[in-house]
Design a protein around this ligand. Structure first.
Ligand code: FUB
Length: 337
């Protein structure tokens, strides 16, 4: 049998991997292994006529589905709607990158959305099934703000939420500690200042609240906080945390430079020492991901715009991630020749 020709990207190169699902658009994949299977909690991208802008107005999603697979490369099951904006009393629009966690027989689904005033907060919803449907709490998590929750459960059973995103994610509008509706829409023009930090908060035992006010996730470059002007290294959005050989890897997107970068620390709060990047820019403006260990290998779930060539219509992909002897991550190119 003849092999299908490999899909060519607009840059004339070939894609490293293919979309997991092509019947719908999915993005921002948060992958977890629950009960020996892989579950991916993505954003559910939808077509819109809203033009692209710096605030990400074109990402106008209003519900979530869950993807499940028995193995990498196995058929992917797509759940029915797992949570809709219509089910969440406090949420009005823009259901962006979610995550999930499991504790004591319950699956917890964490999601950002804008409230009626246009301010992003983070909510939690629960289910007895990893596929949902999830029942939301009536209020957003107290003390939460901005976007992109990622929940990491350490070996001692404590869970931590990493979150935040600048520009459309509004983190810069919280710089004073409360929301400044007239604050800047970007982090530009402050190049010699320390960059805005992602946030981290331990979760309470019931997984539904912050155990303390959110703290800064400090990223150090040569021992000093990364500067706002260092666009290849500073945090933009898409936090993820994983632990390997006793070290804590804080991974994130650099946004306007389209890299996935990482920094390593000795505990969940950091500080984290910047190491470099591990995924070069994929097709499309955003880059967002998760890293998960499954059957003795490490996997990078990421997204690109292969199927649409539109920034807001993305597709989730997976590829193997490998580590160098010193614990650094081997750099991946989302294209091959
Ligand atoms: O999907 C909407 C937003 O785009 C996410 O929340 C960001 O991380 C970026 O991927």
């Amino acid at each position: 049998m003849e092999k299908e020709p490999r899909a060519k990207a607009p840059n004339g190169r070939h894609y490293l991997s293919q979309p997991l699902v092509s019947t719908i658009y999915t993005a921002d994949p948060s992958a977890h292994v629950f009960g020996g299977k892989i579950y991916v909690y993505p954003s559910h991208d939808i077509p819109t006529d809203i033009p692209d802008d710096d605030l990400g107005s074109q990402y106008a999603m209003n519900d979530y589905v869950v993807l499940a697979m028995d193995d990498i490369g196995a058929p992917v099951t797509v759940s029915p709607v797992a949570l809709s904006v219509d089910d969440v009393p406090w949420a009005a629009s823009q259901m962006w990158a979610p995550d999930a966690a499991y504790k004591d027989g319950t699956y917890y689904f964490y999601f950002p959305a804008r409230d009626a005033a246009g301010v992003f907060q983070i909510g939690v919803a629960t289910s007895a099934s990893p596929m949902g449907p999830f029942k939301p709490e009536p209020e957003a998590i107290k003390g939460s703000f901005s976007i992109d929750p990622a929940v990491f459960t350490d070996e001692d059973g404590e869970s931590y939420m990493y979150f935040g995103g600048i520009w459309g994610g509004q983190l810069q509008k919280w710089a004073s500690g409360s929301f400044d509706a007239n604050g800047s829409n970007t982090d530009l023009g402050q190049d010699d200042q320390p960059a805005l930090c992602a946030k981290v908060a331990k979760l309470t035992d019931d997984m539904k609240e912050f155990a303390h006010p959110a703290r800064d996730v400090v990223i150090l470059v040569d021992g000093k906080p990364v500067l706002a002007g260092d666009h290849d290294k500073r945090f933009f959005e898409a936090s993820w945390m994983f632990k390997r050989e006793g070290k804590y890897y804080f991974t994130y997107s650099t946004g306007d430079t389209h890299l996935l970068a990482y920094a390593i620390g000795d505990n969940p709060y950091g500080p984290f020492h910047h190491q470099g990047h591990f995924l070069l820019p994929p097709q499309g403006w955003t880059s967002h991901h998760s890293v998960v260990e499954f059957k003795g290998k490490w996997w990078l779930f990421y997204h690109d715009t292969q199927l649409s060539d539109k920034n807001h219509l993305r597709s989730v992909k997976v590829t193997e991630l490998s580590f160098n002897g010193d614990g650094t991550i081997a750099v991946l190119d989302p294209f091959t020749d």
